[in-house]
Design a binder for this molecule. Structure first.
Ligand code: 2IT
Length: 450
């Protein structure tokens, strides 16, 4: 590895030893870009990499809300405006009890390179709260979202920072937050948030975009190998928005998603969750119930439920982890390899530990695709939503879907090209990191690297 890259990775691991997820993502991305640093000694001259690992701005705020029983609660809100070199900060808000500064920083860092890959003018940001939406009433969610936005609204804007959803934040939460933003600012600036409802500027296809984009990317990978998606079995984790989009697209294309998972375990449906619209629609009901239990699917459709287990021992053609970070560790990677699975397509942000990722990438018969490319369709359609809002126009679902397909195709092609340029072969992980990095690095250099 390039000595400068190694020094910066060591620096981050020492300086931020208490932020394990952040250190993990920096190590993963920077190891990949080592050949670019070899080829560009000017980056070391200005110590560009150390600037890149420090967010431009990151802050916390107090979020106080009252539950239905009249009890007051205080949560921590976060926003990390990681890198604004190529556009306004852009990235989701995550509401989940395990949100920490490290989690927000790793997501913001990943988002910077992901957004760059989309080809759209968006910088990287991320935010959220340690608030737990599980079991909360609609009124409690509304009060929390209003309080959250009251604290945040001064620091965002259509040309400043544009939040969206992530885990625990969907259309309903974005609606409450947008309503509060509008009330506080007294302006119609719907470009301030993406993932909005269709009646006030939301883009068609945004709810489906992450899952659809992931399947479009998978199709590019399969085409590269001379294969087609029809009839393929896919094991996924999670049952949230992303998993739902994958199942919906799999239903359209005749692929079979055989697993879903939640904090309680996983379900195995040999006929496929994607075998009927009723099953795919049921996923939305499970989410809306806020019970956070995937067992509900097994009870409803009479399939097997494996309490407390992950689905990674299942035999399938394709694995798509779609739940959360570090879902696939070494012991799961060993099962995936032992099962002879060829396609490992990350979907959730950083779903694989670095050792497990390296182990699978080293398998001669495996193709590994990285989340920052595979899940970029979500934020890409957010970018399209921003364009529609600023132009005051509305594109049809077909128009957005066509653009999304084109973007996913381009991301795959750019990754292939970037890896080839550095003699790395069909290495989608390195290719995505290199392609995403190059644009941000060039913009930072041209702007004087502030
Ligand atoms: O991880 C992600 O890319 C997102 N949660 C979507 C971000 C966005 O701004 O649409």
């Amino acid at each position: 590895m390039n000595a400068y890259v190694a020094r910066v990775i060591d620096y981050v691991k020492t300086k931020h030893a208490n932020e394990p997820e952040f250190c993990q993502t920096v190590e993963e991305v920077f190891s990949s870009i080592s050949p670019v640093i070899d080829a560009h000694p000017e980056y070391e001259k200005v110590d560009l990499l150390t600037r890149m690992v420090e967010p431009e701005r990151m802050f916390t705020f107090r979020v106080v809300w009252c539950d239905d029983a009249g009890q007051w609660h205080t949560n921590i809100g976060y926003r990390c405006q990681f890198n604004g070199a190529i556009g306004p900060y852009k990235g989701g808000l995550r509401f989940q009890p395990n949100v920490t500064p490290s989690v927000i920083k790793f997501l913001g860092f990943e988002q910077t390179f992901k957004n760059s890959l989309t080809g759209l003018p968006m910088g990287g940001g991320k935010g959220g709260s340690d608030f737990d939406p599980t079991g909360k009433s609609d009124a409690e969610i509304m009060r929390f979202c209003q309080s959250f936005m009251t604290a945040l609204y001064r620091y965002i804007g259509p040309d400043v920072d544009v939040p969206a959803g992530d885990m625990g934040v969907g259309g309903r939460e974005i609606g409450y937050m947008y309503g509060q933003y509008r009330r506080l600012k007294g302006v119609w600036e719907n470009g301030v948030l993406t993932g909005k409802g269709f009646t006030y500027g939301g883009s068609k296809t945004r709810p489906e975009a992450t899952g659809y984009g992931a399947v479009y990317y998978l199709q590019e990978v399969l085409a590269h190998e001379g294969e087609s998606i029809e009839g393929k079995t896919i094991a996924i984790s999670g049952f949230g928005n992303v998993a739902w989009g994958i199942c919906q697209k799999a239903l359209h294309l005749g692929a079979k998603v055989v697993t879903l998972s939640g904090p309680d375990g996983y379900i195995y449906d040999p006929e496929g969750v994607s075998s009927s619209q009723e099953k795919v629609d049921f996923m939305l009901k499970m989410q809306a119930s806020r019970r956070n239990k995937v067992q509900d699917y097994a009870d409803k459709f009479g399939v097997q439920f494996f309490p407390g287990e992950k689905p990674w021992g299942v035999k399938a053609d394709v694995i798509m982890p779609s739940a959360m970070q570090n879902d696939v560790r070494m012991e799961s990677a060993e099962k995936i390899v032992a099962n002879g699975i060829k396609y490992y397509i990350e979907v959730a942000n950083m779903p694989t530990t670095n050792d497990a990722l390296a182990y699978m990438m080293a398998q001669p018969n495996m193709i590994v695709a990285p989340s920052k490319a595979v899940n970029a369709g979500g934020v890409a359609v957010s970018g399209l939503e921003m364009s529609q809002n600023s132009e005051r126009l509305v594109w049809s679902a077909e128009e957005v879907d066509e653009k999304l397909k084109g973007i996913m195709k381009t991301i795959h092609a750019m990754s292939v090209e970037a890896a080839e340029e550095y003699g790395l072969g069909y290495n989608l992980v390195a290719g995505a990191n290199i392609a995403g990095f190059k644009k941000v690095a060039t913009a930072m250099m041209e702007q004087g690297c502030f």
